[in-house]
Design a protein around this ligand. Structure first.
Ligand code: FE2
Ligand code: FE2
Length: 219
């Protein structure tokens, strides 16, 4: 005997309600509410793409290797998140909101240009921290009622945490006085060196209380 309660009814309904696409009668949430929540996450991702892209182009002078490459990598990953979320909204019968006027109002995080390389890194860190908190709430909201959306948002959340960690590390690699990249983080260094060692090796100017505060804000 199948563990499914009534496979005949399930098969019959699946045929009759094919215009509902992926949304079956047992879907436990209100799809309008879900699409509204996902559209806010989509707006957040699009704003993040634009901000990281702007930072990439504006930092592409002397900071090209050390900082701008991180901005570009994040911009591309945020675009990937936006695509995933838009696809899910469409699966649920909704419309991914791409209207720029609406996006600016719905985004959880803000579009802030920043006046310096340090400002840019800080603004990105703030935006990532906002995304982490709101996405964690969204994950809880989905719970076991929509595992597909929950798993998608959990994956995105994990990546936002990596982004926030990257930005926090960059604060230690940029001299706060001269704004020059004093220590370029190579891929090998990223993989092999722990944070304690990085702080130990950082130039003295990076051990000021201001920097420690920025790092401890990640807790
Ligand atoms: Fe993202
Ligand atoms: Fe991010």
């Amino acid at each position: 005997m199948s563990f499914l309660t009534d496979i005949k009814t399930i098969r019959s309904r699946a045929r009759k309600e094919i215009n509902e696409g992926a949304v079956t009668p047992d879907y436990a949430l209100d799809t309008d509410t879900v699409c509204k929540i996902l559209n806010e996450a989509l707006a957040t991702e699009i704003v993040c793409v634009l901000r990281y892209k702007f930072h990439y182009f504006m930092a592409s002078g002397i900071h090209k290797e050390g900082v701008a490459s991180h901005f570009l990598e994040h911009a591309n990953e945020e675009q990937g998140h936006a695509d995933q979320i838009a696809e899910r909204i469409k699966q649920l019968g909704g419309k991914p909101e791409m209207n720029p006027e609406v996006i600016a109002k719905r985004s959880h995080s803000e579009y802030v240009e920043g006046d310096s390389i340090i400002d840019m890194i800080k603004e990105n860190l703030v935006a990532e921290r906002i995304a982490i908190q709101t996405y964690r709430e969204i994950v809880k909201f989905f719970g076991d009622k929509d595992p597909t959306s929950r798993v998608m948002m959990e994956g995105i959340l994990a990546m936002e945490e990596e982004h926030a960690d990257d930005m926090a590390d960059l604060l230690f690699a940029v001299n706060p006085t001269t704004e020059e990249v004093t220590r370029i983080l190579s891929p090998d260094e990223e993989a092999a060196v722990g944070k304690a060692v990085r702080v130990e090796n950082a130039p003295k100017a990076q051990k000021k209380p201001k920097k420690v505060k920025a790092k401890s804000a990640r807790a």
